[in-house]
Design a protein around this ligand. Structure first.
Ligand code: OGA
Ligand code: MN
Length: 275
């Protein structure tokens, strides 16, 4: 098959696998790329250890999946449009992505995948958690699935909360970006339904309903979606790289390492309209 060296090792029952035998600094041949992509579809989030790549190499890798997305508010590294640094410094208290979410849900075409590469990590702490939204959907009762089937969510970029997270970059003055999405999203490649939702700073209400009417059910669904048995937790090392599929996976950064420094290089891959 040409990629017999590639091995995947699940890190939890719900989702997530480490992929061994791939050097991401290489220009992956088609068979290897296809195997890596299949691992992403199978496991939702995949992890590589001990990688040593430049921003240019990370960009080249990301482009195998599609167009690289430029963040509307957060600037890229000067010479590498599309790569930006997530930094939490020794005296920072806030972290980017500290609540359960899927990336860019406040836009009509949310990014398909996110690639995070660890440059500096604390001795302990700063793990990232992930949750499998296929499992969350599947575990709902038939009655609940029927009821949720037609619902759409209204999602918004939360200026106040996100500004602090945006690493000394001020949020723009104009109106917040808003997007509607189906609550149950069908994955374009696997064809599987997944619960599509983020924390209350992003997913505000159901379309056609008030905040008050929506909140109890949204709260229930977030609690359900992030039940421990639907999750995995990744412990970073310098040189670890994670790639996750935002169509079927939620994630959250753990902010438990105050006084230590963490630096990641992040790329997101352009997505498609939801249905
Ligand atoms: C992100 C994000 C989590 C982390 O890059 O989208 O939420 O652990 N990061 O840094
Ligand atoms: Mn995120």
């Amino acid at each position: 098959m040409g990629h017999n060296h590639l091995e995947t090792q699940p890190i939890a029952g719900a989702l997530g696998a480490e992929v061994h035998g791939v050097n991401l600094a290489d220009d992956l041949d088609a068979a290897t790329f296809n195997a890596v992509h299949q691992a992403l579809l199978d496991h939702g989030v995949i992890f590589f250890r001990d990688q040593n790549i430049t921003p240019a190499q990370q960009l080249a890798l990301a482009k195998r999946w599609g167009g690289v997305h430029l963040h509307p508010y957060i600037p890229s590294l000067p010479d590498h449009p599309g790569v930006f640094e997530i930094v939490k410094d020794v005296d920072d208290r806030h972290t980017l992505g500290g609540m359960w979410h899927t990336d860019q849900m406040f836009t009509p075409t949310p990014v398909r995948a996110t690639m995070l590469y660890a440059k500096v990590v604390p001795q302990a702490g700063g793990d990232t958690m992930f949750a499998n939204m296929y499992l969350a959907y599947d575990a709902l009762s038939d009655g609940m699935k029927d009821m949720l089937g037609g619902l759409r969510t209204v999602n918004q970029y939360n200026k106040k909360k996100q500004r602090a997270a945006a690493m000394q970059v001020s949020a723009p003055e104009e109106e917040a970006i808003t997007a509607e999405h189906p609550l149950i999203r069908t994955h374009t490649e696997t064809g599987r339904p997944a619960l599509y939702i983020s924390y209350d700073g992003i997913t505000r209400r159901f379309a056609g309903m008030t905040d008050e009417e929506s909140r109890p059910l949204l709260d229930y669904l977030m609690e359900h979606a992030t039940r421990p048995e639907f999750t995995c937790r990744f412990r970073w090392e310098e040189g670890s790289l994670a790639l996750w599929d935002n169509r079927c996976v939620l994630h959250m950064a753990l902010n438990d390492y105050h006084g230590h420094r963490r630096v990641m290089h992040r790329i997101t891959i352009e997505g498609e309209a939801t249905h």
